[in-house]
Design a protein around this ligand. Structure first.
Ligand SMILES: *Cc1c(COP(=O)(O)O)cnc(C)c1O
Length: 375
């Protein structure tokens, strides 16, 4: 099989030890009866779904959360036997497949249950379908909004001949990563009102993403959905401080593919937006916006052999240019994310420059960048 990107010296490196460290820290902090499920959606936030899941499992994760059914199927195909919850809405037509693969799904409406029930019956599926009811307490994305709707769904799940296993109930907070608690408290109030209609709570009651687990005493949960923090990224960006040191797992490196002296007055890249003010050494880096290294990063910097170098001219689809402090050889190490010597560039730095959050930068790193793992 041809692995595209294998023969270019541009790589994402993932330190699985860092992932285990972050999970261990959370494991020692949380209530011992609370389970930690690793959120590995979007190819493990760009880090690689299977490798991250295996590392998380070794560090003590007892289940997994993904966004879409295919991600759950990929985990099962890789031999993961722990519970897997699909957090988004899955089409009811896949109910037989979900049940057969012993996957759990988020459900946010009575219509979904009704449709899944008839599809399961039509296909004579006997395996129970594991359901986690999603409660919309203020995220406004998916889930039951009123106690009345919720109690009908609970009744459906608890009907004796029901094809469903009522396995969990959960909600998701919109502002757990902010210092201001007002909206969080509002969601807690809604949660309490909704949950009150369930006489017998299911096996899993969960409300915590990373930010909730790090910064809030969450109510009655017995499982946390630990996502971005397991990759060593602070869910709040820079607003709140993590109770323990998070170790970022991802770095991004390349090697200079071309080095030249550019005469004063000559320009660089599309639009000729950069002109050399004097004779300058310019290096070319084999990465571009097709790799998820955004075009907006013109003017930002990378490290070449540990020295800070500005990105000059527009970032192209597959290549970009940097201004070097002096002549360096082709093949010199370029660090785009990570540490070289006493300099560090974080995903947060890139996100700040792009006006976004590190989540978006991490999961935007393209499949063309090979992921290389170290233990
Ligand atoms: C993505 C997601 C999480 C994980 O969030 P982090 O901020 O990465 O910890 C948890 N719960 C739900 C419902 C999600 O969609």
């Amino acid at each position: 099989m041809v692995v595209i990107g294998e023969h270019r010296h541009t790589q994402v490196k993932i330190d699985l030890q860092a992932i285990k460290h972050n999970i261990n820290e959370e494991m020692t902090r949380k209530d011992p009866l609370t389970e930690l499920w690793a959120v590995v959606k979007a190819n493990g936030y760009g880090h690689g779904i299977i490798q991250v899941a295996q590392a998380a499992k070794q560090a003590g994760a007892t289940g997994f959360c993904v966004a879409i059914l295919d991600e759950a199927l990929a985990l099962r195909a890789a031999g993961i036997t722990e519970p897997i919850l699909v957090l988004g809405i899955t089409e009811p037509e896949y109910a037989p497949l979900i049940a057969e693969k012993d996957i759990s799904v988020a459900v946010g409406s009575q219509e979904w249950l009704d449709q899944a029930k008839s599809i399961l019956a039509a296909n004579q599926v006997s395996a129970p379908l594991h359901v986690h009811l999603a409660l919309d307490t203020g995220m406004g994305r998916i889930g039951f909004q009123t106690p009345a709707e919720l109690s009908v769904a609970v009744k459906t799940l608890n009907t004796p001949a029901s094809p469903f296993d009522f396995e969990g109930v959960f909600t998701h907070f919109a502002t757990a990563d902010q210092a201001d608690d007002t909206y969080f408290e509002h969601q807690i109030d809604n949660w309490k009102q909704l949950i009150a209609v369930i006489d017998e709570l299911p096996r899993y009651v969960h409300v915590s993403n990373s930010a909730t687990s790090l910064w809030h005493q969450a109510c009655n949960g017995n499982m946390i959905r630990f996502g971005v923090a397991l990759y060593g990224l602070n869910p709040s960006g820079t607003e709140l401080t993590s109770p323990y040191r998070l170790h970022p797992a991802l770095s991004l490196t390349a090697q200079l593919s071309f080095v030249k002296k550019l005469a004063r007055g000559k320009s660089i890249s599309y639009g000729a937006t950069y002109t050399a003010a004097q004779d300058e050494w310019i290096g070319t880096v084999p990465i571009g916006y097709a790799d998820g290294y955004e075009r907006r990063l013109q003017g930002f910097h990378v490290l070449v052999d540990g020295e800070v170098c500005e990105i000059v001219g527009r970032v192209c689809m597959d290549q970009m240019m940097v201004r070097l402090p002096h002549e360096v050889p082709v093949g010199s190490t370029v660090t785009l994310v990570g540490t070289d010597g006493d300099q560090t560039i974080t995903l947060q730095d890139i996100a700040d420059y792009c006006g976004t959050i590190h989540y978006e930068i991490a999961c935007g790193l393209a499949p063309r960048l090979p992921r290389v793992y170290t233990e």
